[in-house]
Unconditional design. Structure first.
Lengths: 115, 231
């Protein structure tokens, strides 16, 4: 392979758009949760487990976490692209980040649904 | 008047250094370039570019007190002393305040900065309505001085892959032109994680542009057109 600068991967728009949408989802979730915490007369174990007993809250939290993981993937990938120059090493870093994030998804499902 | 100027001659100097100058210059309405021209009579070894001396050619872009600008349209009265002059950041220095703009122009050429229209040339001009023509306002005025791209950290980091604000403003100038027929190819050319999406909207380009143009807005419009194309 010749050592030449190559660009033109023909992707980027979707990630840019996803980064914005996931940011909005995270903002709504964080504000809703903060609002809920503020209106609790007393915050104890029962209130907290009560909140996460409903499937709606579990799903909303899962949506938040999926947004966080996808958002994190784009951000971390951009950092790796800037700082890891050998292409092989960069691919390895990308694969490791993706695998870690997929593991987090599985872990999040286990926590939220008490599996 | 006190000036501190970045000096570097690769043939004789081991490393760049800052040189202090004192200048007798009382004109209250003069520009920085006037002072530099006078200073060159004192020390003719100072290297800088200039041509039109009125903000049209874009030759005398430099880093003035930490901020990129054109020496010829920067009033001396607006500058704190000592006036610290450095070459544009991020580009290789040829000598003193003169930088090698090759990489900058390579990116500019990569966006095909010319009208692409495969129709047979008409007898007269390719006409536009006044409204269509006005879409080019704020885009065609760019003089390619390089102030914006060399104030952009994304361009400093990836000058060989990121087009940079100047190139992207010009890319949009041709996308916005109703006489151009290559809109889709132009968008394809920029749909890339490096070429366009290294812009993280920090707006240094808008802050320094001596012609008061807005590359960030142009970049946003390119992204809007890409979104419009896929939804």
């Amino acid at each position: 392979m010749v050592n030449r600068v190559v660009t033109g991967a023909h992707y980027g728009l979707r990630d840019w758009l996803v980064q914005r949408v996931t940011a909005a989802v995270m903002a709504v979730y964080v504000l809703s949760l903060a609002g809920w915490l503020l209106v609790q007369p007393q915050l104890d174990y029962d209130a907290w487990t009560g909140l996460f007993a409903s499937n709606i809250m579990r799903s909303f939290t899962m949506l938040f976490l999926l947004s966080l993981f996808y958002h994190a993937w784009i951000g971390v990938r951009d950092i790796v692209m800037d700082y890891v120059h050998p292409a092989g090493l960069r691919l390895l870093a990308h694969v490791l980040v993706i695998l870690a994030l997929v593991m987090y998804v599985i872990w999040a499902v286990q926590i939220l649904w008490g599996l | 008047m006190k000036l501190r100027i970045y000096r570097y001659n690769p043939d004789t100097d081991a490393a760049p250094y800052m040189q202090d100058y004192e200048l007798e210059f009382a004109a209250h309405d003069a520009m920085l370039l006037d002072a530099l021209m006078l200073l060159r009579q004192q020390d003719d070894s100072i290297g800088f570019r200039k041509s039109c001396r009125e903000g049209v050619c874009g030759s005398d872009a430099m880093n003035i007190n930490g901020r990129n600008g054109l020496a010829c349209i920067t009033p001396l009265s607006s500058l704190k002393q000592p006036i610290e002059l450095r070459p544009l950041p991020g580009l290789p220095v040829i000598r003193d305040l003169i930088v090698d703009m090759t990489q900058f122009f390579k990116q500019y050429h990569s966006i095909k900065p010319y009208l692409v229209n495969n129709d047979p040339p008409p007898e007269t001009e390719r006409l536009q309505s006044p409204a269509e023509r006005s879409e080019l306002d704020g885009l065609y005025e760019c003089i390619l001085c390089g102030c914006c791209s060399t104030s952009c950290p994304s361009f400093w980091w990836n000058p060989d892959k990121f087009v940079g604000p100047a190139g992207l403003l010009q890319a949009y100038r041709f996308i916005a032109d109703t006489r151009d027929q290559a809109t889709s190819e132009r968008l394809d050319n920029l749909e890339d994680p490096y070429r366009l999406f290294r812009c993280h909207t920090i707006m240094n380009c808008v802050d320094v542009c001596p012609k008061e143009l807005n590359p960030t807005e142009a970049i946003g419009k390119i992204k809007d057109m890409m979104v419009k194309r896929v939804v």
